[in-house]
Ligand binder design. Structure first.
Ligand SMILES: NC(=O)c1ccc[n+]([C@@H]2O[C@H](COP(=O)([O-])OP(=O)(O)OC[C@H]3O[C@@H](n4cnc5c(N)ncnc54)[C@H](OP(=O)(O)O)[C@@H]3O)[C@@H](O)[C@H]2O)c1
Length: 338
């Protein structure tokens, strides 16, 4: 049987969360590897909030916008089916920034291609507890926020992928951990399944009084959200507190993000606010992998997967990130040749 390759093409810059008007599912031949490249038959696609910025026209981001007409780019886990690179043989299980497609064609360095451990019983963990969101959580808490044992750490979007890993790592580090998430069900998951010390529903009317009641204030804020929530948190930071900006998801779907009104608190409380950008730390990849793997093997790090099956359902799965429809890591299982 001749294989075909379905892929999602970015046709225009999406307005808000209207992805259906901006992307289309197309079909073509399976890509062939040029010299130095490999082709991966995707098993799972990782849906990541930060990729929303690549769909926009903005040129001042940390990565240039994806040219219109391109295949949408995303992190893929799958097996190599064709290789023209001696370090990456056919059959290996790999992770790379490939395409939202049945088959991804990648160049190893540009795509961050990595052979991953085939013996991990649930391969999805290479996009979960052992994945790049775990690097972000670890880097944000340790290298950027310089978190110390015993400190009070607040994490926003705590029931999402990056947040779930940040709360668990902060607990492992011996911190008092407070998770913020939207809705009672997510807060119950954080308390009952991830053993956070406190879970705060930012959609409930008592958000500000809950923040005000945190004893000693917030020493570290691992922020995935930015915007109005960051504004609300700033006055409840402890003096000399640190804010690690992991992401600004509240502003990704708009060209006109809400400015901070309480920025004066940076001076009043002598705060440090720093951005986290995982690729800056790639030279320490082996160390992060070793640390995360140890915690994973000890059963101290886990991920809840929010699964959707079928490449045709990509936009439904992707949209969850921006409406809070997900619990944990959003993954798409690819239904090749279905
Ligand atoms: N800097 C880096 O290197 C790096 C790397 C990876 C990820 N990140 C960042 O990490 C963040 C999370 O990404 P992810 O892929 O792991 O997604 P995720 O947390 O699994 O999903 C996104 C979550 O964000 C919350 N959210 C969406 N809009 C919101 C709003 N307006 N206000 C408050 N919460 C909102 C939703 O949860 P609720 O139901 O709680 O609202 C949603 O579940 C993003 O900001 C991303 O850019 C950064």
């Amino acid at each position: 049987m001749e294989h075909r390759n379905r892929f999602w093409r970015l046709n225009s810059h999406p307005l808000g969360n209207d992805f259906a008007s901006a992307l289309s599912l197309e079909e073509g031949p399976v890509p062939r590897a040029a010299d130095g490249q490999v082709v991966i038959a995707g098993e799972y696609l990782s849906l990541d909030a930060g990729t929303r910025m690549w769909m926009s026209a903005r040129t001042d981001g940390y990565q240039p916008p994806l040219p219109l007409g391109s295949q949408m780019v995303g992190l893929v886990l799958g097996r190599i089916t064709e290789s023209r690179h001696s370090s990456f043989p056919v059959g290996k299980l790999v992770r790379a920034f490939g395409q939202w497609a049945d088959y991804s064609c990648v160049e190893p360095v540009a795509s961050g291609l990595m052979i991953v451990d085939d013996t991990v019983s649930d391969a999805r963990e290479h996009l979960g507890s052992l994945g790049l969101n775990a690097w972000t959580a670890l880097i944000g808490l340790t290298e950027v926020a310089k978190t110390r044992p015993g400190e009070t750490v607040l994490v926003s979007a705590a029931a999402g992928s990056t947040g779930m890993l940040a709360v668990q790592i902060a607990k492992i580090m011996g911190c008092r951990v407070i998770g913020i998430a939207g809705g009672a069900a997510k807060c119950a998951f954080l308390s009952n399944e991830l053993a956070v010390d406190e879970a705060i529903d930012y959609k409930a009317p008592n958000l500000e009084s809950r923040l005000a009641a945190i004893p000693g204030g917030i020493e570290v804020y691992f922020d995935n959200v930015g915007g109005p929530l960051l504004d609300t948190v700033l006055p409840y930071m402890a003096h000399y507190g640190r804010v690690a900006i992991s992401g600004l998801i509240s502003g990704y779907s708009t060209d006109d993000p809400v400015p901070l009104k309480r920025f004066d608190q940076v001076l009043m409380r002598r705060l440090t606010i720093s951005g986290v950008f995982t690729p800056d730390y790639v030279s320490r990849a082996e160390y992060y992998d070793r640390v995360l793997r140890r915690w994973f093997d000890q059963g101290r790090l886990r991920m809840h997967f929010d699964m959707t099956t079928g490449l045709g359902r990509m936009l439904e799965a992707y949209g969850k990130l921006f409406t809070g429809g997900n619990l944990g890591k959003v993954l798409l299982a690819i239904d090749r040749d279905a």
